[in-house]
Design a protein around this ligand. Structure first.
Ligand SMILES: Cc1cc2nc3c(=O)[nH]c(=O)nc-3n(C[C@H](O)[C@H](O)[C@H](O)COP(=O)(O)OP(=O)(O)OC[C@H]3O[C@@H](n4cnc5c(N)ncnc54)[C@H](O)[C@@H]3O)c2cc1C
Length: 320
């Protein structure tokens, strides 16, 4: 292999020969994103953690870019698909083990499942994330969170593999977590160790049910979307201001609730959620993002940054 793209005939065949798991060619990324948007790509569903390293080495040798994928709940893939090898962490990398307060979680494990299982066993910390629909790996990479909590608060160490296929453990102090960022760029998370705290099971069960209800009532849960499109504007000056403050309030105050481009719509339930009403393209969503940013800038002088990751054809991150 040498100097090819992930779509080139031969790359998938060569990968199949050395890796365990499923290598799917021309697979629509729409099937792997909660937005149900995205063109074709070569996707590896690795059988186990060691297959991720093998695939990364193969991609490096071939000069092929790669992209780590969890449940695709924070991504907008391009309509033309990707020229990168997509490594989708799920089954086979989804273990869950516990010893008292210490829990070891596979990166492909759905975060809501980790939240429920640990809460049922009487351990608090992850339970807050029951309504955040990604994997453990995606949660760590994004430093996802809600209700004042974030993954950075519970993580003690993470097992990562780099682009050369080398695995290593990083302690919490090695990971430069900030708001919705881990700084783990160029690495694939394979496992996360978290430390939780004991709390009565009944109380946790109530809290989980309450958080889940809150989610279902406040967000368009049943429509394909990516969660919050924009980060909330921040900074001390911002906190003192009057009027609309959150990204959703700003987009709503700009009069855009319910506004549509093609199949994409700014949810009438929550203006920071842009939903796919059926047949939306990435171009439709991008047009809505551009519109919301320019209206909010004109009317309120605020620059909204995207929280959803806009992905380019090589798997690179585009600026929102
Ligand atoms: C209805 C809804 C509600 C949401 N609510 C919230 C919320 O309250 N708070 C919040 O923070 N987010 C929220 N989100 C966004 C999203 O769920 C989180 O960002 C989640 O952590 C993404 O996980 P994922 O597995 O889907 O990652 P993906 O969307 O698959 O990927 C996101 C990023 O993480 C990287 N990544 C994924 N897995 C790995 C890995 N194993 N190793 C390295 N990098 C990896 C990808 O390359 C990509 O850059 C919501 C989304 C939806 C659809």
């Amino acid at each position: 292999m040498g100097g090819v793209t992930a779509r080139a005939p031969g790359f998938a065949a060569a990968l199949r020969a050395i890796v365990r798991g499923d290598v799917r060619e021309a697979e629509p990324l729409a099937r792997y994103s909660t937005y149900r948007i995205g063109g074709p790509a070569t996707i590896l569903l690795p059988s186990g953690p060691e297959d991720v390293g093998i695939a990364l080495q193969a991609a490096r040798r071939a000069g092929v870019p790669w992209f780590a994928l969890g449940l695709g709940s924070n991504l907008l893939f391009p309509d033309g698909g990707l020229d990168a090898l997509v490594i989708r962490l799920g089954k086979g990398i989804d273990g869950i083990e516990s010893a008292g307060e210490h829990w070891r979680l596979g990166a492909g494990l759905p975060g809501p499942l980790a939240a429920r299982r640990s809460a049922e066993a009487g351990w608090a910390g992850l339970h807050k994330f029951v309504g955040v629909p990604g994997t453990v790996g995606g949660g760590v990479y994004m430093n996802a969170g809600c209700h004042g909590g974030e993954w950075a608060e519970v993580v003690t160490r993470v097992l990562v593999v780099d682009g050369n296929g080398q695995e290593r453990w990083l302690t919490r102090a090695d990971v430069p977590f900030t708001y919705r960022r881990s700084g783990l760029d160029g690495l694939v998370v394979l496992e996360a160790d978290v430390t939780l705290r004991a709390e009565p099971r009944e109380r946790l069960a109530e809290e989980v049910a309450e958080l889940f209800r809150w989610r279902q009532e406040g967000t368009p849960f049943s429509q394909p979307c990516c969660g919050s499109v924009f980060k909330n504007p921040g900074g001390p000056a911002w906190k003192r201001r009057e009027g609309p403050r959150t990204a959703g309030q700003l987009v709503e105050a700009a009069g855009l609730k319910g506004y549509r481009v093609g199949g994409a719509e700014i949810s009438s339930m929550h203006a920071n959620y842009f939903v796919n009403t059926g047949g939306a393209t990435a171009a439709d969503v991008r047009a809505l993002i551009d519109l919301a940013q320019s209206r909010v800038r004109e009317q309120f002088g605020v620059a909204l940054d995207t929280e959803v990751k806009l992905i380019g054809t090589q798997g690179e991150y585009l600026h929102g």
